[in-house]
Design a protein around this ligand. Structure first.
Ligand SMILES: [Zn+2]
Length: 429
C-alpha cells in the first residue's frame, strides 16, 4: 500500500504518553501504514498541535439528540427514569424519515467536532410505518453524510416489559420474528459502506427480549463473528422484574446461559452484584458506561471495586446525547467514583497505582474499539487513520508541559481544544 500522506504534529499520543518526533504515514486505503521517527519528510506538519486517536463512542441513541433540553423540568412526582422515557416516546412517536435524517446528521457532526471518529449506534428506532424498517437505512445514510465511522448495532426489541406487549410509540421499535430480523441485518450489511460502516447485534434488554431469543441472537452473533451489545441492570425495577420472572438478576442469568467473550458488551451494569460482574469481566466481556446520561437520569454508580480493576474492559458512550462530550464523559467516569468512594485515583493504569488520565484515554479510544470490534482507537499500523488533533496553544492548556499534558486534557479541558478530526485518512473538521 502506498502512503498518501505523512503527518507530523509537535506531539503524538503513543498509547501511554505523548512523544515528540513521531511521524504517521497514512495509506491510500485510509489506514495507518507506519508510525515512528520515519525517514520520510512530512507532507503535513501540524504545528502547535498534538495528535491522538479519535474517540470511540461505544453507545449512542442518536435520535435522542432531539430531546436535548427536554425533560429537565420536574412537575411534582415526575422526576424518574421512567418519566424521562415517556418524554422520549413523545418524540419517537412523531418523527418522519426526513426529520430523523437531519437529527442524526446533526448529532454525528457534533460528535466529529468533539473528536469522536466512531459511533456505535444502538439502534432500535426501526419503523416509520408498521414493520417497514425504513429508519434503518436513514442511519447508514446520515453517518455517510456526516463522515463518521459507524457500527450499526441493530437491535431486537419485542416486549414492553417482561411478558408485556408493546404499546404506543414502542411500536416503532417492534421486532418479533428472528428470521425477518436476520434478513434485515443482511440487507444492512450489504448496504453499509465497507470503508466506514459495519454492523453488530443487540438484544435491547431483559425487559424487551425474552431470554430464549437473547440466547439465540447471541449464538448467531458469535457464529457470524459480530459484536453483541445489551443494556444490563441500569434500573433496579428491571432487576426486580427479572428476578420475579426468571429467578435471577439479568447479569447472573447471562453468565449462566451464554458464553460471554470479548465481543460481548453489557451497557451500564449500574446495579450489578459485584460477584456477577466480576464473573462477567473474567470472561472477557466489556462494560460500557455512560457517565453523563447515567448522571442525568440519576441511575446510580456501578460497583467501584470491580470496575476500577485494570483487568476490566471499559468503554464509554454518549447514550442519550443530552450532552455530547467524550472529554466530559472521561472525567465523570472518574469523578462519579471519587464522589461515591470519597477517594481519588480510581481508574489508575495498574493495580493501585499509575496515571488515571492514561487509563481513561485508553478507555475512550481502545476500549470503545474493542467493544465495537473496529480496528481503530490506537495509532498502530493497520488501524484506520481515525485521528483528532488538539491545539496546544489553546487557553485551557496554557502553562502545561509534556509531563502534565494528558492530565490537563482529561481534567482541565473542554472540547474547544479539539482542533481537527480525521476519519479514514480524510480530515473532516
Ligand atoms: Zn442505552
Amino acid at each position: 500500500v502506498r502512503s498518501s500522506a505523512v503527518l507530523e504534529a509537535d506531539l503524538t499520543w503513543t498509547g501511554h504518553h505523548f512523544e515528540r518526533g513521531v511521524r504517521l504515514a497514512i495509506g491510500e486505503n485510509g489506514r495507518i501504514h507506519d508510525v515512528g521517527p520515519l525517514d520520510r519528510e512530512p507532507t503535513e506538519r501540524l504545528r502547535h498541535q498534538a495528535l491522538l486517536p479519535g474517540f470511540v463512542n461505544a453507545h449512542s441513541h442518536s435520535f435522542q439528540r432531539a430531546l436535548r433540553g427536554h425533560g429537565e423540568r420536574f412537575p411534582r412526582g415526575a422526576g424518574s427514569f421512567w418519566s424521562w422515557r415517556e418524554a422520549m416516546y413523545g418524540v419517537a412517536g412523531r418523527l418522519s424519515q426526513k426529520e430523523l435524517f437531519e437529527i442524526y446528521v446533526t448529532a454525528y457532526r457534533e460528535m466529529l467536532r468533539k473528536g469522536i471518529t466512531t459511533v456505535g449506534e444502538f439502534h432500535y428506532f426501526h419503523h416509520h410505518a408498521e414493520n417497514d424498517f425504513a429508519f434503518d437505512d436513514v442511519v447508514l445514510s446520515a453517518a455517510r453524510e456526516a463522515g463518521i465511522r459507524l457500527v450499526l448495532l441493530q437491535t431486537f426489541y419485542e416486549t414492553g416489559g417482561i411478558g408485556k406487549p408493546l404499546a404506543g410509540a414502542q411500536m416503532r421499535f417492534a421486532t418479533s420474528d428472528l428470521s425477518v430480523w436476520w434478513k434485515q441485518l443482511e440487507h444492512l450489511r450489504n448496504a453499509a459502506d465497507p470503508a466506514t460502516q459495519s454492523v453488530g447485534v443487540v438484544a435491547h434488554s431483559i425487559r424487551a427480549v425474552p431470554l430464549p431469543k437473547i440466547i439465540e441472537l447471541h449464538q448467531e452473533a458469535v457464529l457470524r463473528g459480530l459484536p453483541f451489545h445489551m443494556h444490563v441492570e441500569e434500573q433496579r425495577q428491571e432487576i426486580e422484574e427479572c428476578v420475579e420472572a426468571y429467578g435471577a438478576p439479568p447479569m447472573r442469568l447471562l453468565n449462566d446461559t451464554l458464553h460471554v467473550d470479548q465481543k460481548f458488551t453489557a451497557v451500564h451494569c449500574t446495579h450489578s452484584d459485584p460477584l456477577d460482574l466480576e464473573r462477567f469481566c473474567a470472561s472477557g466481556g466489556n462494560v460500557c458506561i455512560t457517565p453523563l446520561t447515567e448522571g442525568n437520569l440519576g441511575d446510580g454508580i456501578g460497583p467501584t471495586k470491580v470496575l476500577r480493576s485494570p483487568e476490566t474492559f471499559i468503554a464509554l458512550g454518549t447514550d442519550s446525547n443530552s450532552r455530547i462530550s467524550m472529554i466530559e464523559e472521561m472525567r465523570w467516569l472518574e469523578y462519579a467514583h471519587r464522589l461515591g468512594s470519597e477517594s481519588r485515583g480510581i481508574f489508575v493504569e495498574r493495580e493501585g497505582e499509575g496515571s488515571v488520565a492514561a487509563r481513561i484515554l485508553a478507555v475512550a479510544t481502545e476500549g470503545g474499539a474493542r467493544s465495537l470490534a473496529v480496528e481503530a482507537g490506537a495509532l498502530t499500523p493497520g488501524a484506520w487513520a481515525d485521528l483528532m488533533a488538539i491545539d496546544l496553544e489553546s487557553e485551557e492548556l496554557a502553562g502545561c508541559d509534556l509531563e502534565t499534558l494528558e492530565e490537563a486534557l482529561v481534567f482541565g479541558c473542554g472540547d474547544e481544544v479539539i482542533s481537527r478530526t480525521m476519519v479514514g485518512g480524510r480530515w473532516l473538521t
